[in-house]
Ligand binder design. Structure first.
Ligand SMILES: Cc1cc2nc3c(=O)[nH]c(=O)nc-3n(C[C@H](O)[C@H](O)[C@H](O)COP(=O)(O)OP(=O)(O)OC[C@H]3O[C@@H](n4cnc5c(N)ncnc54)[C@H](O)[C@@H]3O)c2cc1C
Length: 156
């Protein structure tokens, strides 16, 4: 569930049964009743990307280098590919088979990918907002994709 009501006051505060039910009722305008939920966490559309993945002997990978909203489920794989890109380079430099400058290709190769993911997740947030401008974007997107389904649900 995504509720566009600003950042949580306390990200660590447990999500209560009542809080979830109230939000679902407000968003759906239906008399929703929750009997149980397995797991719930708070997150925001906070998005940040470091300028460089390497400063001397300090190398960043994964969420240490980039954070963004979880829409699209891209964060974990983004970090894993950072590690795959960096791992063999570190090994080669440590073994002395490649020059240290090889490590500078890490930022050059991985930062543009994170930049694209941040843009992609920010776009997803923008188009999901419950305001008329975002609704218009959803309708325009459907039209440009050639969708023939009703635009009524997109406008909500
Ligand atoms: C709600 C939600 C859903 C998500 N769903 C998906 C999904 O479907 N697919 C996907 O690909 N990604 C998803 N992500 C993103 C994904 O969870 C993260 O991108 C990923 O876990 C980042 O891994 P990481 O190892 O870089 O960082 P982390 O998982 O944050 O690991 C960092 C580790 O370092 C430890 N640590 C911190 N400080 C210190 C210290 N000083 N000393 C020692 N250890 C320390 C922490 O305890 C932690 O274990 C989701 C994220 C959220 C919030």
């Amino acid at each position: 569930m995504a509720d566009f009501d600003g950042p949580p006051k306390d990200r660590q505060a447990p999500i209560t049964h009542r809080e979830l039910e109230d939000a679902l009722r407000r968003i759906s305008q239906q008399d929703v009743r929750i009997k149980a939920f397995e797991n719930a966490s708070r997150w925001t559309d906070h998005a940040r990307l470091v300028e460089t993945y390497r400063r001397g002997r300090v190398l960043l990978a994964g969420d240490a280098a980039h954070v963004h909203s979880p829409f699209g489920g891209q964060g974990l794989s983004l970090g894993l590919v950072d590690a795959a890109n960096l791992g063999w380079k570190l090994a080669a430099v440590i073994r002395g088979t490649m020059p240290e400058t090889l490590l500078d290709t890490y930022t050059a190769e991985r930062r543009p990918v994170a930049e694209a993911v941040l843009a992609n997740t920010r776009a997803q947030i923008a188009i999901m907002r419950p305001d008329p401008q975002a609704a218009a974007m959803r309708i325009s997107w459907r039209i440009s994709c050639g969708s023939t389904t009703s635009t009524a649900s997109s406008a909500r």
